[in-house]
Design a protein around this ligand. Sequence first.
Ligand code: ZN
Length: 127
Amino acid sequence: MDPISPLERALHAARARVLADLVAGEVAEADVVSLVEESVVQRRWWVEQWPDGAAYVAGLVAQDVQDALLERYGRWPLCPVCGAGDPHALDVEPELGPDPHWVCHRAGVKVAAVGSLGRAAGGVPSS
Ligand SMILES: [Zn+2]
């Protein structure tokens, strides 16, 4: 038996959640997915040094990918809440904590949990 460690599970979950949000924003192209992989590799090292941080990994990977996309593509994810005004990106809160959410600081609202952006973006319900 080779059970999956809690650490690996946290990394898998973080990867899946950020990928789900990239798919929701229609930016999950091959080179973008590789940004997620790079972040997961770095955060694996980080969480191996500090296993108590496993619950923080999803928020950290989301922020890594957000930073990497800002350099290469532009702001992500764009705020789906504010209809008017300049397009602006959502922020991850807490920056270092469990249960990370995307928030819009302009409207002062929690938009969605990291990994659930598709449901918040007004997508057509599947049922
Ligand atoms: Zn907003």
